[in-house]
Design a protein. Structure first.
Length: 193
């Protein structure tokens, strides 16, 4: 039995599928190329944030959108500072967890709950989305903005205080600059032949 041409399903994807797949692949390629350029990515995000804040300042509105953006970015920052796994306090040490001192103890490096690249990507996306929201008057809810600013700073300081107490309690630093670097065994240059 021979199938006629109208019954045969085309194995070729449609035009829109190919178009969006191609755009997605180009976008992912650009993101992949930006990974090693940390400083340039953050400068771009900082400039994007300044453009957004200038737009809000000159338009004199969209304070709720800006407040939501600030709270979201604060949550991203806290996740960036927090370790992925909660440090465990063992019962034999009163002062909390310590670094390994013997060869058979396990070394646990600081792993972030939110990696730096995902932090940057989410922060940049949130600024773009907030900028798009400023194009629509429906998001321009009239509020007394000094209350929002005051509430944001109170929330920021309380959250950061709690995070710093957590860092002190579990004795970790979420950054690598300024940490003590230990030298390994030095090579004596003696070659056994």
């Amino acid at each position: 039995m021979e199938a006629d041409s109208s019954d045969v399903v085309s194995s070729q994807p449609g035009f829109l599928t190919r178009l969006f797949t191609g755009i997605g692949q180009r976008y992912q390629s650009i993101l992949d190329k930006s990974v090693p350029h940390t400083a340039a990515r953050w400068i771009f995000t900082f400039l994007l944030e300044l453009v957004y804040l200038a737009r809000v300042f000159f338009l004199q509105g969209w304070y709720i959108v800006t407040y939501a953006l600030g709270i979201y970015q604060l949550n991203l920052f806290i996740a960036f500072l927090t370790p992925k796994m909660e440090p465990v306090i063992t019962e034999d040490t009163e002062d909390g967890p310590t670094l390994p001192t013997k060869a058979n103890e396990e070394f646990r490096p600081f792993i972030r709950r939110l990696p730096e690249f995902k932090f940057w990507y989410s922060a940049s996306k949130s600024i773009v989305i907030a900028s798009i929201c400023t194009c629509f008057d429906i998001f321009n809810v009239p509020v007394f903005w000094p209350i929002l600013v005051m509430y944001f700073f109170i929330l920021f300081f309380l959250t950061m205080r709690r995070q710093i107490e957590h860092m002190i309690k579990y004795r970790y630093l979420p950054w690598t600059r300024g940490k003590t670097k230990y030298k390994g065994k030095e090579d004596t240059g003696d070659v056994i032949q």
